[in-house]
Design a protein. Structure first.
Ligand SMILES: CC(C)(COP(=O)(O)OP(=O)(O)OC[C@H]1O[C@@H](n2cnc3c(N)ncnc32)[C@H](O)[C@@H]1OP(=O)(O)O)[C@@H](O)C(=O)NCCC(=O)NCCS
Length: 196
């Protein structure tokens, strides 16, 4: 992990980075751009919660709190609306991955609001995540995805990620229902990575 001032510099770099993309409209390609920068405040958390609501689970707030332990929660903005997110950590959350593949940065919790999909927002988020991973000292970036998630698998293949065929971690996560009860989900995933 590089010193804190270098990580702050990386934050600044990403905060001014524009991710360019193309949207298909009426058969023509129209250029749009997504600004990607780290989530920095409760105001940012409220902005992403407005477009990708997580209710009592408060997933965005939980991810933002992980900034205190060195993670970076990136948000994508279009037309002043927070429309996408991804969490970057310095090492895998999965013990199986750390034991079998080693220690390198990982992205989790990638998501784009339904109305803004297929405009390159996820691509812009992943490119910014790769820059953050490099600033964390990483030479490889990993991720887990459920095998039947065709849009996500299509995205990762398009970005050059390759599957580790013998590493299938279980993603365990919790959510809270409207009555305050906590539920644990366990999803069998495939594991993918690419060099940086
Ligand atoms: C997966 C997801 C993040 C993609 O976001 P997006 O902003 O629509 O993706 P992009 O527009 O940046 O797509 C970039 C490339 O990914 C691939 N891709 C994206 N959506 C796809 C789909 N539905 N089917 C096949 N390929 C797809 C394409 O190669 C695409 O390039 P193209 O549009 O030039 O063909 C979005 O569908 C989503 O939020 N899904 C629900 C949450 C989720 O599954 N997250 C991943 C968890 S591992």
């Amino acid at each position: 992990m590089p010193p804190a001032h270098l990580r702050r510099a990386a934050y600044l770099l990403v905060s001014v980075a524009l991710g360019f993309a193309y949207a298909r409209r009426s058969g023509t390609l129209v250029r749009v751009s997504a600004l990607v920068r780290p989530c920095q405040s409760a105001v940012d958390v409220a902005a992403i919660e407005a477009n990708l609501p997580t209710g009592p689970s408060e997933l965005h707030a939980r991810r933002f709190r992980r900034t205190a332990e060195g993670a970076v929660y990136l948000l994508a903005w279009l037309d002043n609306a927070a429309v996408g997110h991804v969490l970057v950590t310095a090492q895998s959350k999965y013990e199986e991955v750390r034991d079998r593949l080693g220690t390198f940065p990982e992205v989790n919790a990638l998501g784009v609001a339904t109305a803004y999909r297929r405009r390159g927002v996820a691509r812009a988020l992943m490119e910014a995540a790769a820059r953050i991973a490099v600033s964390m000292g990483g030479t490889r970036l990993g991720l887990a995805v459920e095998p039947d998630n065709e849009p996500a698998v299509g995205l990762y293949q398009a970005l050059g990620f390759r599957r580790h065929p013998t590493v299938d971690p279980v993603d365990e996560w919790t959510w809270i229902d409207d009555f305050g009860a906590e539920h644990v989900e366990r999803d069998r995933c495939t594991y993918w990575s690419r060099g940086l």
